[in-house]
Write a protein of this length. Structure first.
Length: 358
């Protein structure tokens, strides 16, 4: 038996879903804000198991999806410089920018390398002798690793490595969602991010916004248990932050990772696809690390950035539309020929619906 089997047993899942139905709470809207949760909910049929009792909605939990169009366009423009090699995680390669994508640019001769870690990009810079720009995308989960890669590049004296910093942080985005007109009764909080920042980072949500919160693991049993915990808070009128994913998450989080991030990055205002500009929700390099800032080193002009015509990816990320409500979904926009970022990423809501639910 595999370790995960006990979290996926159909009989146990159906029994827990039945327990949830007997709790006497119906019509609650719960939002998961992690792309891994989004994919798991679709893959294991949790929407159907909970139909009529709970509405599971997807939020801005896919880091590739929420990356602003201008950031993508800027990275593409840097790659058009003859002495620059672009390095990126794989999901970003096929995301359409306003006029092109990394995939198309590579087909036209641009140097675009897919890497599996930022340290691999540092190694690429050391070996190639060319300027290597890494697309630093992700939430608090990936930021510590990228900070360490910069420390390593400085230690080794590698001067031809830099990053386009597009990091975003989750708490400020949740604050924006909780204060918007979207009615969310509870948040299923992201397990990966929470291993870094801890449960303490979300305590403002129940105290200031009255929203139930549970940090959840990623298996279907984890998620159903988290739903039950959320509904318990809603039924009792006692919103708080609970940890279902106790095998990985603590209240304080990973202090070492937090300290590493703080040495290299500082908060900044940043634009999210679908949510707009959110104060203090991004990370930028501290002044003492400015020599690794690619936009400062390669000041390239970027034409006006625009969202793809007809694409509702931004609304899906904001929780105001479902994928099937977009006229492009499954027709002009498919995983093989995507129009929007939500159909590209392995954590995108549209990709999850297209693969498992259509």
């Amino acid at each position: 038996m595999k370790y995960v089997d006990e979290y996926r047993q159909p009989e146990a899942l159906r029994a827990l879903a039945q327990t949830i139905r007997k709790m006497g709470v119906s019509g609650a809207r719960l939002m998961e804000v992690c792309g891994t949760h989004t994919m798991a909910a679709a893959r294991f049929g949790l929407h159907d198991l909970l139909a009529g009792v709970v509405r599971l909605s997807s939020g801005p939990g896919c880091p590739v999806c929420v990356t602003a169009q201008r950031e993508i366009d800027l990275f593409i423009e840097m790659g058009r410089l003859s002495h620059v090699t672009l390095a990126s995680f794989g999901d970003m390669v096929r995301v359409p920018g306003t006029r092109s994508s990394l995939e198309r640019e590579r087909a036209r001769g641009a140097r675009v390398e897919v890497v599996y870690s930022p340290m691999e990009a540092v190694g690429l810079a050391a070996q190639s002798g060319r300027e290597v720009v890494f697309f630093a995308v992700g939430f608090e989960t990936t930021a510590p690793g990228i900070a360490v890669s910069l420390m390593e590049a400085r230690r080794r004296g590698i001067r031809n490595f830099s990053i386009l910093c597009a990091h975003k942080t989750m708490p400020a985005a949740l604050e924006a969602l909780a204060s918007s007109q979207i009615k969310v009764d509870g948040f299923m909080l992201p397990g990966h991010v929470s291993t870094i920042i801890g449960a303490r980072a979300y305590e403002f949500l129940p105290t200031r916004r009255g929203v139930a919160c549970v940090i959840s693991g990623f298996e279907p049993m984890d998620m159903l248990q988290s739903v039950m915990m959320l509904l318990g808070q809603i039924r009792n009128g006692s919103p708080r932050v609970e940890i279902q994913y106790r095998r990985a998450v603590s209240r304080e989080g990973n202090r070492a990772a937090q300290e590493i991030m703080a040495k290299v990055f500082e908060p900044c205002d940043v634009e999210w696809r679908g949510l707009g500009m959110i104060a203090g929700s991004g990370l930028k390099l501290r002044p003492e690390w400015a020599d690794f800032d690619a936009p400062s080193r390669f000041q390239v002009p970027v034409p006006e950035s625009k969202e793809p015509q007809g694409c509702r990816c931004g609304e899906v990320l904001a929780g105001t539309a479902e994928p099937w409500e977009c006229e492009l979904f499954g027709q002009a926009c498919t995983p093989e020929d995507p129009v929007g970022a939500c159909m590209v990423s392995s954590e995108g809501t549209c990709a999850a619906w297209h693969r498992y639910r259509r």
